[in-house]
Design a protein around this ligand. Structure first.
Ligand code: XAI
Ligand code: MG
Length: 553
């Protein structure tokens, strides 16, 4: 066993002594050490209930002959971190989570891992750790939050962010805002729309690293606890067979995940996280694959923020399994990929049933002919950028307008509230990339103000930062190379004409090449915004969005 290095033989008497001091019997020490990664905390609604999930996992491990050894990792609530400097820590926390798990696992010689995430960066952080360590591992998430409801209308966190814009322009009063804030997020779980957390928890199933139901069983259902107990048992089987993450997360598994992501209308953050996880698994995954697959995979689920369905609807409609089943009919799924359930993805799809034709539509009646995400290129984004086209109004799929240039999210939002942004404008927020932010903030503030003040059908927003899964509208992010790396977005000036054509996958600055070149040559060097602490180190090693904002190797 891997754990023999900390517990076997005469020279490991001190180590056993310490394990006994922690309360483990000789019998428990002799069994496989299963690290149980608990991202519980009392701040993030997706994590406040995880102790119950972890207890169920540990019961499952014990019942199957293992010794569970629980340890914590961090979890940031992107919603609470949004719209201020706190959001600088969101994406960088993904690397901290992966590094924490690596350190604890190798320091203590765990034989296998069961990891319990739920919100945004915790899932990719754990999957990166699984790919890096490559010991038997699986994830079981905390599950989605139910949708809220008020005045007969179902709501989720997106509605609260957008209500801020409505209140600021006097469309609703403070009283109504308070009611919306109190009734849109009803309890524990990852916010109910197809935002980043639910996207990544669903894609964990498709990658093969979570059991069927991992992404869709609501957090408050007892079925979620039963799933966790089963996960605790499954890890012992994976250990027995020595089935490791890199045997599971192979190229075909990532392409299956991209196909389901596109059918679900998943978060643009999946375009950061899947390439980052693939890089750690030494699988070559270029973001252009999202576009190539997106041309063949229709958008089958009309999920919030662009649509009106929530995760519980997916659950009652048959789960992610039913979405996979739909896609097997299109032959865009490799059905032989393996999963931690012991079944292939095709076997899981065979057992699935679509229980609601409107929540999970068939390919001959999709919500959109193409997948939810599109990758654009042009002289502003030579290395690409991403837009959730399934959440863009028809009239904004092609748009030209004057650039309104800002160097931070705060400057842009202030201009919006001051009424300085007009119909037709293209808001440009630069120096918010992985290096420039640093930390590549999500721009849910600006996108929800644009939507909240009713400009989402007339104003586009482009940035080297990124967007929340709750963002909608013509919001184009991850522009690469970022401004801080001297990318052309750095040379965009107020009033420049910008042309966006999502169907043609183009985004261009209508400025002569010579002019653009000379502007780039005259760019003055921008001092890093953060000079010490974790973010200073992070910004020195991180790469642009097109590479998943991974560290330079
Ligand atoms: C706050 C949210 C909804 O979690 C957002 O950050 C996302 O990425 O989906
Ligand atoms: Mg987020």
């Amino acid at each position: 066993m891997r754990s023999d290095k900390v517990k076997k033989g005469v020279e490991r008497a001190p180590h056993r002594s310490l394990l006994k001091a922690s309360g483990y019997s000789q019998e428990e020490i002799s069994r496989p050490f299963i690290g149980v990664v608990n991202s519980h905390n009392e701040i993030v609604p997706g994590h406040v209930h995880l102790d119950q999930i972890v207890d169920a996992v540990k019961n499952g491990v014990r019942a199957s002959g293992g010794t569970p050894l629980e340890f914590p990792t961090i979890a940031i609530c992107d919603g609470i971190a949004m719209n201020h400097r706190g959001m600088l820590y969101s994406l960088p926390s993904r690397e901290l989570i992966a590094d924490t798990i690596e350190a604890m696992t190798l320091a203590h010689g765990f034989d296998a891992l069961v990891m319990v995430p739920n919100c945004d960066k915790v899932i990719p952080g754990m999957l990166i750790a699984a790919a890096r360590l490559n010991i038997p591992a699986l994830l079981v998430s905390g599950g989605p939050m139910l949708a809220g409801k008020w005045k007969g209308q179902r709501r989720d966190l997106k509605d609260v962010f957008e209500a801020v814009g409505q209140a600021k322009v006097g469309e609703i009063d403070e009283e109504e805002l308070k009611e919306i804030e109190s009734h849109s997020c009803p309890g524990c779980g990852s916010c109910a729309g197809m935002f980043t957390a639910n996207t990544m928890n669903c894609l964990t199933e498709v990658l093969g690293m979570g059991l069927p139901g991992n992404g869709s069983i609501p957090a408050v259902m007892a079925e979620r606890k039963r799933l966790a107990t089963r996960a605790g048992g499954r890890i012992m089987d994976l250990l027995e067979k020595d089935l490791k993450p890199r045997d599971i997360m192979q190229k075909e598994a990532f392409e299956n995940a991209i196909a389901v992501d596109l059918a679900l209308g998943g978060s643009t953050n999946s375009v950061l996280h899947l390439p980052a996880i693939a890089a750690e698994a030494e699988v070559d995954l270029d973001i252009s694959r999202f576009d190539e697959i997106g041309r063949e995979v229709p958008h089958l689920c009309n999920m919030s923020p662009g649509g009106s369905h929530y995760m519980e609807d997916i659950y009652y409609a048959g789960g992610v399994q039913a979405v996979i089943k739909r896609l097997t009919k299109l032959e865009v799924i490799d059905e032989e990929t393996r999963t931690v359930s012991g079944q292939t993805l095709g076997e899981i799809a065979d057992e699935a049933e679509v229980l609601d034709e409107d929540v999970i539509r068939s390919a001959d009646n999709p919500y959109h002919e193409e997948g939810g995400l599109a990758i654009l290129e042009g002289n502003i984004a030579p290395d690409g950028c991403v837009v959730k086209q399934s959440a863009v109004a028809e009239e904004m799929l092609t748009h030209s307008g004057p650039a309104r240039v800002f160097e931070s999210e705060e400057e842009a939002v202030e201009a919006m509230y001051e009424g300085e942004i007009e119909a037709g404008d293209v808001v440009v927020i630069k120096y918010e990339g992985p290096k420039g932010g640093p930390g590549m903030r999500e721009m849910l503030g600006p996108t929800s103000v644009i939507a909240g003040i009713g400009l989402d059908k007339e104003v586009a927003l482009i940035t080297d930062g990124r967007f929340s899964g709750a963002s909608r509208g013509a919001s184009i992010g991850h522009i690469s190379p970022e401004a801080m790396e001297g990318g052309p977005i750095a040379a965009v000036e107020e009033g420049d004409e910008i042309e966006i054509n999502i169907p043609e996958r183009e985004i261009n600055l209508l400025v002569e090449d010579e002019e653009l070149q000379s502007r780039l040559e005259q760019l003055e060097t921008i001092e890093p915004k953060v000079k010490e602490g974790y973010l200073a180190r992070y910004s020195r090693f991180v790469t642009s969005g097109d590479r998943g904002a991974v560290y330079e190797k």
